[in-house]
Design a protein. Structure first.
Length: 272
């Protein structure tokens, strides 16, 4: 059996009784960071052998783990915090196990993305976990552009030192949407910062701790009638209360053109 075992994202009291039992009973624990996991195991008096399995591990390590599973042993996978296999190399091991016919079992527990979502006050009926955006500027721009028209709440992870720049990119591509920054979840200094992106950027001073970013979905119409042209769509946004600059930005997203092209079209059609 391959167990996917959740670990606390900050508060050790969020470790479940079942997770403690499983980690004691398995033959091996595959950990993203063995030093960090060893501290957790020591706290709960768990002495199961550890093996490192992170994004830098070779395929040989995965094969060794798979061999032990195929020989009848049980292995638990843990990440640094939260549920393994989410923005985590454990997902690769899960695929290998499934392909080999090994049974996979979840041991639920803390998760930063969902914890932030349920406390955000934003729509929870439809949401998308987008994880970390690509590091390359072009790839990140394309990635965010594709997400910008979704009418579902979107959840991101981002490193503290890149947070301000990422929020600036969001407002450029998404517009000034309602956003929640969940900081240091379950820890002593847990905090929720709420407001429009522009407000958060303006009021965000020193960035410390780990953040989850929860952004409201697009309120733009997803489907445009074939007869509607650019000026009609811009006028529709203006009627909804958007200023002209924001209306042109939203129209540019829908027609997949630059805002400059929208502006030139409106000039030709004498839309002021």
């Amino acid at each position: 059996m391959l167990y996917l075992c959740a670990t606390p994202i900050g508060n050790l009291e969020d470790m479940t009784f079942r997770a403690i039992r499983i980690l004691r009973e398995v033959d091996l624990i595959a950990a993203e960071d063995t030093r960090r996991t060893r501290k957790l195991l020591t706290h709960f008096d768990i002495h199961t052998p550890l093996i490192r399995f992170d994004e830098n591990c070779s395929a040989t390590v995965a094969e060794k783990i798979l061999e032990r599973l195929q020989s009848g042993e049980s292995v638990a996978v843990v990440s640094d915090a939260g549920l393994p296999a989410i923005s985590d190399p454990g997902a690769d091991l899960v695929r290998l196990a499934i392909d080999a016919g090994i049974q996979v079992c979840p041991i639920p527990g803390a998760n930063a993305a969902l914890s932030a979502l349920i406390c955000s006050g934003l729509d929870t009926t439809k949401f998308l976990f987008a994880g970390f955006a690509p590091k390359s500027k072009k790839n990140r721009h394309d990635f965010l552009q594709k997400l910008s028209t979704l009418d579902a709440t979107i959840i991101f992870y981002e490193a503290p030192h890149r947070l301000k720049d990422f929020l600036a990119e969001l407002i450029e591509i998404f517009g000034d949407r309602q956003t929640v920054l969940a900081r240091e979840l379950t820890k002593v200094h847990e905090e929720f910062l709420r407001g429009n992106l522009s407000e958060l950027i303006q009021n965000l001073d020193e960035v410390r701790g780990e953040f989850v970013i929860v952004v409201e979905g697009s309120t733009s119409p997803e489907i445009i009638a074939p007869t509607e042209n650019i000026s009609e769509v811009v006028e529709k946004f203006l009627a909804q209360g958007l200023d002209k600059k924001s209306a042109m930005r939203e129209a540019a997203k829908i027609f997949n053109v630059s805002r400059r092209e929208i502006y030139n079209t409106l000039l030709k059609e004498d839309i002021q």
